[in-house]
Design a protein around this ligand. Structure first.
Ligand SMILES: [Zn+2]
Length: 584
């Protein structure tokens, strides 16, 4: 199934890993250096073909960095591209990069003609030891380029990397965050559903959070919480594409990039639009951003992920992967179309018209889950083939579930019942975390960022609302940090009243937020009422502590982010790895 070229790259990278190639870590992100030099809070981005990224827009005569000190073994890694939008014949360009020493001596590092028939981005890697020997280790980089017909030549995310040494601390592990959109936890074998061999194995080798619940029953707000560690009441990212995360609220990718991780994303676009690009050196959109392509989406994402991993195997990296394969329409390939041989199929609600189940067939949804699970096997195989299995943390999760008539609804986004909210959350890192853990604590997307930072030895920023459950993953015996509560919000008018659910270990309450006096606040005791059939109205008996807590937390966090904006620029994520030590 693997393309021949990709197989060769994998084999070469695996051979390099076997030879003990030292992991390289970024010393300078040059796009960030140039942005800071011109007073911008962050580097500009540009999109060419299916990929966007940070860029240096080169002009005549040139743009130049300040003098940078190069460690031994430094190498420049970058991509060349041309933004030819509006310039049909403008995909030819000439690139020229020079280094200049303090005494004015200079040397050409590379020249490259970019042809019209080349792929969108062309990668280049240039060892810098030779130029350092000629000119000394303190150099300015001069970027110069010219394209035909008014098109814009782009230097894609030029990074100086070097082997870690005394002065350069490498991040402790790689991170791959896999979000399978619309994946109900209970459709995986490891959560009590039909067998899903890949993820069942990954869960048995890693840690599984038994009760994980999405931050919203829709894609954008829940992913925004996953990427920032704050709830929708703070980031306010809406359900439809177009709006942006608040300025001054760093994303996981920005935080990790600032600490020396090379960052990339491969998504299927759509709802994950430009709002999610921040912090990713490369952000690739497969499938042209549509949900309509019936099959093969996850295969594209995993194939591209294998290629990305092979190209970055000698770096410390954070790779975010996202697929809509399990999102409606349910159209798995033929081998996965017949009902699973199990008595664990999704129960049909007899009160719902049969035509609804013909239009939204739960067996075909399960087929999509099995197909996705089988395809993910190739991702884990690539990590092993590349020798990365024992130094990589893989997190597998989702943004929300999917309803099949349990409360009359189908799809997702209209209600806060368990079928809409329960998601898997699996942490796999054979070289870093003990195997076979099941974490009884309730957790959700907000908890991923603080837990991940803690595992990497970094302090989560003060505004993060999620909780760190690293002690439950790592310590022996596991330390459970008391009962957690996870909030889920239905829709997000800034300041407007909307339904919110709060989930504890065996209970859930749904109320309107901000709370209106005497409005209903219902409680489900899930240990006795798994189907959420018998709501108790507790609005008069119980204090409104959950709404008060949520309100106080949202106000506190919003205030911290607003205070950060008063201090921008410089943005802490734009200072490059030299500014390490602070995550916010
Ligand atoms: Zn979604």
């Amino acid at each position: 199934m693997l393309r021949a070229g990709a197989a060769l790259v994998l084999a070469l990278a695996a051979a390099a890993a076997a030879e003990g190639t030292a992991r390289r870590t970024p010393v300078y992100f040059l796009a960030d250096e140039l942005a800071a030099a011109t007073g911008l809070a962050e580097a500009t981005r540009a999109t060419v073909g299916p990929e966007s990224g940070y860029v240096v827009r080169s002009a005549s005569p040139h743009v130049a960095t300040k003098s940078l000190h190069l460690p031994a073994g430094a190498e420049l890694r970058l991509r060349l591209g041309v933004d030819a939008s509006g310039h049909a014949d403008g995909r030819r360009a000439r690139f020229s990069l020079r280094a200049r020493a303090r005494d004015g001596a200079s040397a050409t590092i590379m020249t490259r003609a970019f042809r019209a028939d080349e792929p969108a981005w062309v990668e280049a890697r240039i060892p810098l030891d030779q130029v350092g020997e000629r000119l000394g280790p303190d150099l300015r980089f001069l970027f110069k380029a010219r394209a035909e017909g008014g098109a814009v030549p782009l230097w894609g995310d030029p990074i100086v990397v070097a082997p870690p040494g005394d002065a350069l601390r490498a991040p402790p592990f790689n991170v791959v965050l896999v979000s399978i959109d619309t994946l109900r936890a209970d459709r995986l074998g490891c959560y009590g559903g039909p067998a899903t061999p890949t993820l069942d194995r990954i869960a048995s080798e890693g840690a599984l959070v038994e009760v994980a619940t999405g931050a919203a029953p829709s894609t954008r707000p829940s992913h925004a919480t996953m990427m920032t560690g704050v709830y929708p009441c703070v980031h306010h990212l809406g359900t439809e594409p177009g709006d942006a995360l608040p300025a001054g609220l760093p994303t996981l990718a920005e935080l990790l990039r600032a600490q020396g991780w090379v960052t990339g994303a491969i998504t299927e676009g759509g709802y994950l639009d430009a709002a999610f690009e921040r912090g990713f050196g490369t952000y690739r959109v497969d499938s042209a951003g549509t949900l309509e392509r019936p099959t093969g989406r996850v295969e594209d994402v995993v194939a591209d992920a294998r290629g990305w991993l092979a190209r970055h195997a000698d770096e410390r990296f954070f790779l975010f992967l996202h697929t809509y394969q399990t999102h409606f329409p349910y159209t798995p390939p033929a081998p996965y179309r017949s009902p699973p041989a199990t008595d664990r199929r999704i129960a049909r609600n007899p009160a719902v018209p049969a035509a609804e189940y013909e239009a939204h067939d739960p067996d075909l949804y399960d087929g999509e889950v099995r197909y996705t699970d089988a395809t993910l096997g190739r991702l884990f195989a690539a990590l092993d083939d590349l020798g990365l299995g024992r130094e990589t943390l893989v997190i597998v999760t989702s943004d929300h579930g999917e309803a099949f008539g349990e409360h009359g609804h189908f799809l997702h986004g209209e209600q806060l019942y368990e079928e809409d909210l329960r998601i898997p959350l699996i942490w796999w890192a054979p070289g870093l975390l003990p195997p076979g853990r099941r974490i009884p604590q309730v957790a959700g997307p907000a908890d991923i960022l603080p837990t991940l930072l803690q595992l990497a030895g970094l302090q989560p920023p003060a505004w993060v609302q999620g909780r760190n459950f690293a002690p439950a993953l790592r310590e022996d015996p596991p330390i459970v940090v008391g009962e957690n509560m996870v909030y889920s919000e239905l829709s997000l008018p800034a300041g407007g009243t909307h339904p919110v659910a709060v989930r504890g270990a065996d209970w859930k309450s749904i109320f309107s937020y901000p709370w209106i006096r005497d409005s209903p606040m219902i409680l489900f005791m899930l240990s006795k009422d798994r189907g959420e059939r018998n709501p108790a109205d507790i609005s008069r008996e119980r204090a409104v502590s959950w709404t008060t807590y949520l309100g106080q937390e949202c106000a506190r966090t919003t205030g911290l982010i607003a205070a950060r904006n008063l201090l921008r620029p410089p943005d802490p994520t734009s200072g490059g790895p030299r500014g390490r030590g602070e995550t916010g």
